[in-house]
Design a protein around this ligand. Sequence first.
Ligand code: HEM
Length: 429
Amino acid sequence: MTATTNTAPPQRKRDRSLGLYRLLDPAVLADPYPLYDRLRTEEPVYWDAVLHAWVVTRYQDVVTVLQRCSAARTPDADHLATMGLEAFNPIANVLQRQMIFMDPPGHTRIRRLASSAFTPHRVERLRHHIQEITDSRIAAVRKSGRMDVVTDLAVPVPATVIAELHGLPEGDREQIHAWTSDFAEVIGNFQFNPDRIPQALTAMKELTGYFQGAIRGCPHHLNEGLVTGLLAAEDRGDKLSEEDVIANSLLTMSGGQETTSILIGNSALTVLRNPDQLRMLRADPSLIPAAIEEVLRFESPIQYTARLAAEDIELGGQTIRKRQAVMAVLAAANRDPERFPNPDRMDIRRENNRHLAFGWAAHFCFGAPLARLEAQIALESLLRLPNLHLDSAPLVWHDNQGFRGLKSLPITFGEAQTGAEIDRAGGAE
Ligand code: HEM
């Protein structure tokens, strides 16, 4: 959902079959990289009449967009009325209070107060617990010799961790996950589907009510955690309102689950598809953090983000007018050969791997240290299982253009593995 001016820029002749909207085709969504290559080469900055936005795909241009454009892109009540989308008002009211959709000085204020609640110490305290949850999930399937990495590990671990981080009871984990998934469904997809409005509205209403209840009346529902931290956060007498706390807790709840689950699934898939890298990691587990960074670049969980031009900008030979929408395709920038030599190769020893998977500049992901920690622990624990193989079932990707993740990733494991078996594991798809 992005607020834009209604004036479309002048069209120049272009190949109409080329456009980001082609991600709506399941075959393109399964492998979007040839499309991104063509966009970077043929139309690095183009006006997409379907998305009603400029689409930007080169690394340096994406960095410019993230540095110079406005993040305050949530439409207000008037905009929604113009688009006939009044039903979205309750969602827009919450989004407008989330730091990710704000510019300075509001953004600086909320992020500063939230940072005092979400300290590296709070993340580090979770390390031991993340390992415990991961171990117990793997122990539950160990005897069977098979698991679905997504449903057995990648979904439950971040869901449990995020509930704990926010001080919410583990028993509420599944319900919270269902709400945030419904919400992510609407936020991540660019194909507007009116059928999904009621579901997203219900999720938003119930989640808000849940947090209000937890904050106001049910102390047993709220343990010490990020929500109590946000309520207590203070900077020279400045404090967050209850509405700000709820809106930004919803952001960290939803921002911290789906994306991290996807990263864990994509890490397992990418490493198992690249036997040479798997062998290197097994020989030297100190390479795990670098491997996670490479997966973030290679299969970025968030494919794009959006901005509004704060002023007229010249980019890639085009003029983007003030208040026009811009889609910054992080995943295309992360495969830009001008920035990353041999970008379609997964290389855990890649140097200077400053990818854009967590964004750039003021809005750089607030939860990156936690996401990295969870993914590193999950991958290292998985790699301790002998004789890992990808199942032969075809891969099914989520039908969400904004989030690139698998619905399911069945694997098998068993007795100790030889070098030749590791090679074969990569081919078994
Ligand atoms: C693999 C996992 C994750 C990925 C790929 C990811 C990606 C991103 C990206 C690309 C942005 C910038 C968006 C923009 O500039 O428009 C962002 C911002 C943000 N992320 Fe994450 N994220 C992840 C995990 C998390 C976690 C675990 C949390 C919370 C615990 C979180 C909370 C946030 C918040 C609050 C922001 C907004 C920061 C701001 O506006 O200043 N994320 N994330």
